[in-house]
Design a protein around this ligand. Structure first.
Ligand code: NAD
Ligand code: UD1
Length: 344
Protein backbone atom coordinates (compact mmCIF):
# COMPACT_ATOMS: atom_id res chain seq x y z
CA UNK A 1 0.00 0.00 0.00
CA UNK A 2 1.37 3.43 -0.90
CA UNK A 3 2.17 5.83 1.90
CA UNK A 4 -0.34 8.56 2.76
CA UNK A 5 0.75 12.09 1.94
CA UNK A 6 0.53 14.95 4.43
CA UNK A 7 0.46 18.56 3.27
CA UNK A 8 2.41 20.78 5.66
CA UNK A 9 1.62 24.49 5.35
CA UNK A 10 4.22 26.78 6.89
CA UNK A 11 6.71 24.02 6.03
CA UNK A 12 9.82 26.18 6.39
CA UNK A 13 8.74 27.57 9.76
CA UNK A 14 9.97 26.58 13.19
CA UNK A 15 7.43 23.90 14.09
CA UNK A 16 6.59 22.92 10.50
CA UNK A 17 10.19 22.02 9.67
CA UNK A 18 10.58 19.82 12.76
CA UNK A 19 7.23 18.17 12.05
CA UNK A 20 8.21 17.30 8.48
CA UNK A 21 11.23 15.44 9.83
CA UNK A 22 9.05 13.40 12.20
CA UNK A 23 6.41 12.70 9.52
CA UNK A 24 8.99 11.34 7.10
CA UNK A 25 10.62 9.29 9.87
CA UNK A 26 7.18 7.86 10.64
CA UNK A 27 6.74 6.77 7.02
CA UNK A 28 4.55 9.52 5.57
CA UNK A 29 5.05 11.21 2.23
CA UNK A 30 4.87 14.95 2.60
CA UNK A 31 4.53 18.06 0.50
CA UNK A 32 5.29 21.47 1.95
CA UNK A 33 4.13 24.97 1.13
CA UNK A 34 5.51 28.25 2.44
CA UNK A 35 5.69 31.81 1.18
CA UNK A 36 8.81 32.52 3.30
CA UNK A 37 7.10 35.49 4.95
CA UNK A 38 8.73 34.41 8.22
CA UNK A 39 11.32 31.85 7.15
CA UNK A 40 14.12 31.23 4.70
CA UNK A 41 14.51 28.74 1.84
CA UNK A 42 17.70 27.46 3.52
CA UNK A 43 15.49 25.68 6.10
CA UNK A 44 14.65 23.22 3.33
CA UNK A 45 18.38 22.45 3.02
CA UNK A 46 18.46 21.68 6.75
CA UNK A 47 15.52 19.31 6.42
CA UNK A 48 17.16 17.64 3.40
CA UNK A 49 20.42 17.19 5.32
CA UNK A 50 18.61 15.48 8.20
CA UNK A 51 16.49 13.23 5.99
CA UNK A 52 19.04 12.66 3.19
CA UNK A 53 16.28 13.58 0.74
CA UNK A 54 14.59 16.76 -0.46
CA UNK A 55 10.91 17.00 0.26
CA UNK A 56 8.47 18.09 -2.43
CA UNK A 57 7.85 21.77 -1.85
CA UNK A 58 5.81 24.60 -3.35
CA UNK A 59 6.70 28.23 -2.77
CA UNK A 60 3.35 29.96 -2.49
CA UNK A 61 0.74 31.69 -0.38
CA UNK A 62 -1.96 29.59 1.27
CA UNK A 63 -4.29 32.59 0.99
CA UNK A 64 -4.17 32.24 -2.79
CA UNK A 65 -6.99 29.88 -3.73
CA UNK A 66 -5.61 29.07 -7.18
CA UNK A 67 -2.26 28.05 -5.66
CA UNK A 68 -3.98 25.76 -3.17
CA UNK A 69 -6.22 24.24 -5.86
CA UNK A 70 -3.21 23.51 -8.03
CA UNK A 71 -1.33 22.00 -5.11
CA UNK A 72 -4.20 19.63 -4.31
CA UNK A 73 -4.51 18.78 -8.03
CA UNK A 74 -0.79 18.11 -8.40
CA UNK A 75 -0.71 15.97 -5.24
CA UNK A 76 -3.96 14.04 -5.44
CA UNK A 77 -2.79 11.64 -2.73
CA UNK A 78 -2.94 14.21 0.09
CA UNK A 79 -4.77 12.58 2.99
CA UNK A 80 -4.33 15.27 5.63
CA UNK A 81 -3.12 18.83 6.02
CA UNK A 82 -1.23 20.15 9.02
CA UNK A 83 -1.92 23.85 8.91
CA UNK A 84 0.93 25.80 10.52
CA UNK A 85 0.99 28.76 8.12
CA UNK A 86 0.07 31.89 10.06
CA UNK A 87 1.51 35.13 11.34
CA UNK A 88 2.37 34.75 15.01
CA UNK A 89 3.88 37.92 16.49
CA UNK A 90 1.52 39.03 19.24
CA UNK A 91 2.76 42.65 19.43
CA UNK A 92 2.59 43.11 15.66
CA UNK A 93 -0.96 41.74 15.65
CA UNK A 94 -2.00 44.55 18.00
CA UNK A 95 -0.51 47.13 15.63
CA UNK A 96 -1.70 45.47 12.42
CA UNK A 97 -4.81 43.41 13.19
CA UNK A 98 -6.05 43.35 9.60
CA UNK A 99 -2.82 41.74 8.41
CA UNK A 100 -3.38 38.98 11.01
CA UNK A 101 -7.05 38.41 10.31
CA UNK A 102 -6.46 38.39 6.55
CA UNK A 103 -3.56 35.94 6.58
CA UNK A 104 -4.52 33.60 9.39
CA UNK A 105 -8.18 33.29 8.48
CA UNK A 106 -7.98 33.35 4.65
CA UNK A 107 -5.31 30.66 4.67
CA UNK A 108 -7.42 28.45 6.92
CA UNK A 109 -10.53 28.98 4.77
CA UNK A 110 -8.63 27.73 1.73
CA UNK A 111 -7.40 24.70 3.65
CA UNK A 112 -10.96 23.91 4.75
CA UNK A 113 -12.35 24.41 1.25
CA UNK A 114 -9.77 22.08 -0.30
CA UNK A 115 -10.09 19.51 2.48
CA UNK A 116 -13.85 19.35 2.10
CA UNK A 117 -13.59 19.10 -1.69
CA UNK A 118 -11.04 16.27 -1.45
CA UNK A 119 -12.34 14.53 1.67
CA UNK A 120 -9.11 15.04 3.62
CA UNK A 121 -8.39 15.80 7.29
CA UNK A 122 -6.94 18.85 9.06
CA UNK A 123 -4.64 19.33 12.03
CA UNK A 124 -4.76 22.94 13.18
CA UNK A 125 -2.02 24.79 15.14
CA UNK A 126 -3.82 26.47 17.99
CA UNK A 127 -2.37 27.90 21.17
CA UNK A 128 -2.77 27.94 24.92
CA UNK A 129 -3.42 31.65 24.39
CA UNK A 130 -7.09 30.70 23.84
CA UNK A 131 -7.36 30.09 27.62
CA UNK A 132 -6.15 33.60 28.53
CA UNK A 133 -5.24 33.94 32.22
CA UNK A 134 -6.51 30.72 33.79
CA UNK A 135 -8.20 30.79 37.18
CA UNK A 136 -5.71 29.22 39.64
CA UNK A 137 -8.17 26.42 40.45
CA UNK A 138 -8.07 25.42 36.75
CA UNK A 139 -4.30 24.74 36.82
CA UNK A 140 -2.98 22.58 35.30
CA UNK A 141 -5.31 23.54 32.50
CA UNK A 142 -7.27 20.86 30.65
CA UNK A 143 -9.11 21.06 27.34
CA UNK A 144 -12.44 21.52 29.14
CA UNK A 145 -11.36 24.82 30.71
CA UNK A 146 -13.26 27.76 29.28
CA UNK A 147 -11.71 29.87 26.56
CA UNK A 148 -11.41 33.49 27.61
CA UNK A 149 -11.70 36.68 25.61
CA UNK A 150 -8.51 36.89 23.52
CA UNK A 151 -5.73 39.21 24.73
CA UNK A 152 -4.61 40.09 21.19
CA UNK A 153 -5.77 39.95 17.57
CA UNK A 154 -3.33 37.04 17.13
CA UNK A 155 -5.08 35.13 19.92
CA UNK A 156 -8.44 36.02 18.43
CA UNK A 157 -7.42 34.52 15.06
CA UNK A 158 -6.75 31.24 16.88
CA UNK A 159 -10.20 31.33 18.49
CA UNK A 160 -11.89 32.25 15.19
CA UNK A 161 -10.04 29.48 13.37
CA UNK A 162 -11.07 26.94 16.02
CA UNK A 163 -14.70 28.13 15.63
CA UNK A 164 -14.54 27.99 11.83
CA UNK A 165 -13.30 24.41 12.05
CA UNK A 166 -15.98 23.45 14.55
CA UNK A 167 -18.75 24.86 12.34
CA UNK A 168 -17.21 23.23 9.27
CA UNK A 169 -17.19 19.80 10.88
CA UNK A 170 -20.88 20.23 11.66
CA UNK A 171 -21.64 21.25 8.08
CA UNK A 172 -19.41 18.90 6.09
CA UNK A 173 -19.82 15.23 7.00
CA UNK A 174 -16.53 14.12 5.43
CA UNK A 175 -14.32 16.56 7.35
CA UNK A 176 -12.15 15.47 10.30
CA UNK A 177 -10.24 17.96 12.45
CA UNK A 178 -7.76 17.92 15.32
CA UNK A 179 -7.09 21.16 17.20
CA UNK A 180 -3.70 21.17 18.92
CA UNK A 181 -3.18 23.84 21.55
CA UNK A 182 0.54 24.31 22.01
CA UNK A 183 2.06 25.69 25.17
CA UNK A 184 5.56 27.22 24.77
CA UNK A 185 7.62 25.40 22.11
CA UNK A 186 11.40 25.69 22.58
CA UNK A 187 14.65 24.04 21.49
CA UNK A 188 15.98 22.79 18.18
CA UNK A 189 16.57 19.53 16.33
CA UNK A 190 19.46 17.56 17.91
CA UNK A 191 21.39 17.80 14.63
CA UNK A 192 21.41 21.63 14.97
CA UNK A 193 20.46 21.70 11.29
CA UNK A 194 17.05 23.29 11.92
CA UNK A 195 15.77 25.44 14.78
CA UNK A 196 13.97 28.64 15.65
CA UNK A 197 15.10 31.67 13.65
CA UNK A 198 13.23 34.80 14.65
CA UNK A 199 13.69 37.87 12.46
CA UNK A 200 14.80 41.04 14.28
CA UNK A 201 14.71 41.28 18.06
CA UNK A 202 13.18 38.10 19.51
CA UNK A 203 9.94 38.50 21.47
CA UNK A 204 10.06 35.02 22.95
CA UNK A 205 12.15 34.07 25.93
CA UNK A 206 14.42 31.27 24.72
CA UNK A 207 15.62 32.94 21.50
CA UNK A 208 16.33 36.06 23.58
CA UNK A 209 18.32 33.95 26.04
CA UNK A 210 20.38 32.22 23.35
CA UNK A 211 21.06 35.47 21.50
CA UNK A 212 22.18 37.08 24.76
CA UNK A 213 24.48 34.17 25.53
CA UNK A 214 25.86 34.52 22.00
CA UNK A 215 26.59 38.22 22.60
CA UNK A 216 24.04 39.51 20.06
CA UNK A 217 22.01 41.13 22.88
CA UNK A 218 23.71 42.78 25.82
CA UNK A 219 21.41 41.39 28.50
CA UNK A 220 18.14 39.57 29.02
CA UNK A 221 15.41 41.63 30.66
CA UNK A 222 13.16 39.52 32.83
CA UNK A 223 9.70 41.05 32.65
CA UNK A 224 8.47 41.43 36.23
CA UNK A 225 9.67 40.01 39.54
CA UNK A 226 6.63 40.72 41.68
CA UNK A 227 4.16 38.23 40.25
CA UNK A 228 2.29 36.06 42.76
CA UNK A 229 4.53 33.05 42.05
CA UNK A 230 7.19 31.45 44.27
CA UNK A 231 10.08 33.51 42.80
CA UNK A 232 8.01 36.41 41.49
CA UNK A 233 8.51 35.61 37.77
CA UNK A 234 5.90 34.25 35.34
CA UNK A 235 5.34 30.53 34.94
CA UNK A 236 4.94 28.72 31.60
CA UNK A 237 4.97 25.19 30.23
CA UNK A 238 8.00 24.91 27.91
CA UNK A 239 7.69 22.02 25.48
CA UNK A 240 10.46 20.62 23.26
CA UNK A 241 9.75 21.28 19.59
CA UNK A 242 10.66 17.70 18.59
CA UNK A 243 8.21 16.31 21.17
CA UNK A 244 5.62 18.71 19.80
CA UNK A 245 6.38 17.56 16.26
CA UNK A 246 5.73 13.92 17.23
CA UNK A 247 2.30 14.88 18.57
CA UNK A 248 1.33 15.97 15.05
CA UNK A 249 2.25 12.55 13.70
CA UNK A 250 0.11 10.95 16.42
CA UNK A 251 -2.81 13.24 15.56
CA UNK A 252 -2.58 12.44 11.84
CA UNK A 253 -2.28 8.70 12.59
CA UNK A 254 -5.43 8.81 14.64
CA UNK A 255 -7.49 10.72 12.09
CA UNK A 256 -6.42 8.46 9.24
CA UNK A 257 -6.51 5.13 11.06
CA UNK A 258 -9.06 5.29 13.90
CA UNK A 259 -12.49 5.10 12.33
CA UNK A 260 -14.14 5.59 15.73
CA UNK A 261 -12.30 8.82 16.55
CA UNK A 262 -14.60 11.83 16.94
CA UNK A 263 -14.70 14.06 13.86
CA UNK A 264 -13.29 16.95 15.85
CA UNK A 265 -11.08 16.75 18.90
CA UNK A 266 -8.80 19.06 20.84
CA UNK A 267 -5.57 18.40 22.74
CA UNK A 268 -3.33 20.44 25.00
CA UNK A 269 0.31 19.92 24.11
CA UNK A 270 2.56 20.69 27.02
CA UNK A 271 4.69 18.86 29.54
CA UNK A 272 2.43 19.35 32.55
CA UNK A 273 5.33 21.11 34.29
CA UNK A 274 5.24 24.82 35.05
CA UNK A 275 8.62 26.57 35.07
CA UNK A 276 9.30 30.15 36.08
CA UNK A 277 11.34 32.52 33.92
CA UNK A 278 14.04 32.57 36.59
CA UNK A 279 14.12 28.78 36.81
CA UNK A 280 14.52 28.55 33.05
CA UNK A 281 17.32 31.13 33.03
CA UNK A 282 19.15 29.32 35.86
CA UNK A 283 18.76 25.97 34.12
CA UNK A 284 20.12 27.40 30.84
CA UNK A 285 23.21 28.81 32.57
CA UNK A 286 23.88 25.65 34.53
CA UNK A 287 23.37 23.22 31.63
CA UNK A 288 25.32 25.17 29.04
CA UNK A 289 27.90 26.69 31.36
CA UNK A 290 27.69 30.07 29.67
CA UNK A 291 27.42 33.60 30.98
CA UNK A 292 23.95 35.08 30.62
CA UNK A 293 23.70 38.68 31.81
CA UNK A 294 20.17 39.48 32.97
CA UNK A 295 18.27 42.05 34.98
CA UNK A 296 14.70 42.61 36.04
CA UNK A 297 12.43 45.16 34.47
CA UNK A 298 8.73 46.07 34.45
CA UNK A 299 6.05 43.56 33.67
CA UNK A 300 5.30 43.19 29.94
CA UNK A 301 1.85 44.39 28.92
CA UNK A 302 -0.59 41.56 28.30
CA UNK A 303 1.53 38.85 29.97
CA UNK A 304 -0.38 36.29 31.96
CA UNK A 305 0.94 35.22 35.35
CA UNK A 306 1.02 31.47 35.01
CA UNK A 307 -0.19 28.67 32.81
CA UNK A 308 0.76 25.06 32.36
CA UNK A 309 -0.94 22.15 30.66
CA UNK A 310 -2.75 19.11 31.83
CA UNK A 311 -1.53 16.86 28.98
CA UNK A 312 -3.37 13.74 30.25
CA UNK A 313 -5.80 13.61 27.34
CA UNK A 314 -3.04 13.60 24.72
CA UNK A 315 -1.22 10.87 26.61
CA UNK A 316 -4.32 8.72 26.97
CA UNK A 317 -5.80 9.16 23.50
CA UNK A 318 -2.85 9.96 21.24
CA UNK A 319 -0.39 7.83 23.19
CA UNK A 320 1.90 10.85 23.20
CA UNK A 321 3.97 12.39 25.97
CA UNK A 322 6.52 15.21 26.01
CA UNK A 323 9.35 13.34 27.69
CA UNK A 324 12.61 15.01 26.63
CA UNK A 325 14.52 16.22 29.70
CA UNK A 326 14.84 19.99 30.12
CA UNK A 327 18.67 19.82 30.08
CA UNK A 328 18.64 18.22 26.66
CA UNK A 329 16.15 20.80 25.35
CA UNK A 330 18.21 23.75 26.59
CA UNK A 331 21.37 22.21 25.18
CA UNK A 332 19.71 21.86 21.78
CA UNK A 333 18.67 25.53 21.83
CA UNK A 334 22.25 26.62 22.58
CA UNK A 335 23.83 24.24 20.03
CA UNK A 336 21.53 25.70 17.36
CA UNK A 337 22.37 29.29 18.25
CA UNK A 338 26.10 28.48 18.22
CA UNK A 339 25.76 26.84 14.81
CA UNK A 340 23.88 29.84 13.38
CA UNK A 341 26.46 32.28 14.81
CA UNK A 342 29.51 30.16 14.05
CA UNK A 343 30.49 29.96 17.71
CA UNK A 344 32.78 27.05 18.64
P1 NAD B 1 6.82 30.27 12.02
O1 NAD B 1 6.56 31.70 11.73
O2 NAD B 1 8.21 29.84 12.27
O3 NAD B 1 6.22 29.36 10.86
C1 NAD B 1 5.08 29.73 10.12
C2 NAD B 1 5.45 29.60 8.65
O4 NAD B 1 4.29 29.90 7.87
C3 NAD B 1 6.55 30.56 8.22
O5 NAD B 1 7.56 29.84 7.56
C4 NAD B 1 5.85 31.53 7.28
O6 NAD B 1 6.70 31.97 6.25
C5 NAD B 1 4.70 30.69 6.78
N1 NAD B 1 3.51 31.42 6.36
C6 NAD B 1 2.82 32.37 7.03
N2 NAD B 1 1.74 32.75 6.33
C7 NAD B 1 1.76 32.03 5.19
C8 NAD B 1 0.89 31.96 4.06
N3 NAD B 1 -0.18 32.72 3.95
N4 NAD B 1 1.20 31.08 3.09
C9 NAD B 1 2.29 30.29 3.17
N5 NAD B 1 3.12 30.31 4.21
C10 NAD B 1 2.86 31.17 5.21
O7 NAD B 1 5.88 29.89 13.25
P2 NAD B 1 5.89 28.58 14.15
O8 NAD B 1 6.44 28.93 15.46
O9 NAD B 1 6.44 27.44 13.39
O10 NAD B 1 4.33 28.39 14.35
C11 NAD B 1 3.56 27.52 13.53
C12 NAD B 1 2.11 27.61 13.92
O11 NAD B 1 1.98 27.30 15.30
C13 NAD B 1 1.49 29.00 13.75
O12 NAD B 1 0.16 28.84 13.34
C14 NAD B 1 1.54 29.57 15.16
O13 NAD B 1 0.54 30.54 15.36
C15 NAD B 1 1.28 28.33 15.98
N6 NAD B 1 1.79 28.43 17.35
C16 NAD B 1 3.11 28.73 17.55
C17 NAD B 1 3.58 28.86 18.84
C18 NAD B 1 5.02 29.22 19.09
O14 NAD B 1 5.32 29.69 20.19
N7 NAD B 1 5.93 29.03 18.16
C19 NAD B 1 2.72 28.65 19.93
C20 NAD B 1 1.39 28.34 19.68
C21 NAD B 1 0.93 28.22 18.38
C1 UD1 C 1 3.80 33.96 23.80
C2 UD1 C 1 2.61 34.59 23.15
C3 UD1 C 1 1.42 33.65 23.16
C4 UD1 C 1 1.79 32.29 22.62
C5 UD1 C 1 2.95 31.76 23.44
C6 UD1 C 1 3.37 30.38 23.02
C7 UD1 C 1 2.97 36.94 23.81
C8 UD1 C 1 2.44 38.11 24.60
N1 UD1 C 1 2.27 35.80 23.86
O1 UD1 C 1 3.50 33.88 25.14
O2 UD1 C 1 0.36 34.18 22.41
O3 UD1 C 1 0.70 31.41 22.70
O4 UD1 C 1 4.05 32.66 23.29
O5 UD1 C 1 4.42 30.43 22.16
O6 UD1 C 1 3.97 37.05 23.13
N2 UD1 C 1 10.11 36.96 28.97
C9 UD1 C 1 11.06 37.76 29.60
N3 UD1 C 1 11.96 38.43 28.84
C10 UD1 C 1 11.97 38.35 27.47
C11 UD1 C 1 11.00 37.53 26.83
C12 UD1 C 1 10.09 36.86 27.61
O7 UD1 C 1 11.08 37.87 30.82
O8 UD1 C 1 12.80 39.00 26.83
C13 UD1 C 1 9.15 36.23 29.79
C14 UD1 C 1 7.71 36.62 29.52
O9 UD1 C 1 7.31 37.68 30.37
C15 UD1 C 1 6.98 35.32 29.85
C16 UD1 C 1 7.99 34.23 29.51
O10 UD1 C 1 9.25 34.87 29.45
O11 UD1 C 1 6.74 35.27 31.22
C17 UD1 C 1 7.71 33.57 28.18
O12 UD1 C 1 7.56 34.58 27.21
P1 UD1 C 1 7.32 34.25 25.66
O13 UD1 C 1 8.37 33.33 25.19
O14 UD1 C 1 7.17 35.55 24.96
O15 UD1 C 1 5.96 33.44 25.64
P2 UD1 C 1 4.53 33.79 26.29
O16 UD1 C 1 4.53 35.10 26.92
O17 UD1 C 1 4.12 32.63 27.09
Amino acid sequence: MSKARVLVTGAAGYIGSHTIVELVKAGYNVVGIDNFSNSKPSVLDGIAAILSERIPFVEGDCCDTATMEKLFRDYDDIAATIHFAAHKAVGESVREPVKYFRNNISSLLNVVQMSVAKGTSIVFSSSCTVYGEPDPENLPISETAPRKSAESPYGRTKQFCEDILEDSVKAYPNLKVTLLRYFNPIGAHPSALIGEMPGGVPENLVPYITQTAAGIRSELKIFGKDYPTPDGTCIRDYIYVCDLARAHVAAVDRMLKDKDAPRIDVFNLGTGRGLSVKELVDAFISVNKVALPFSYTDRRNGDIVQVWADPTKAEKILGWKADTPLDQILKSAWEWEKKVRNIQ
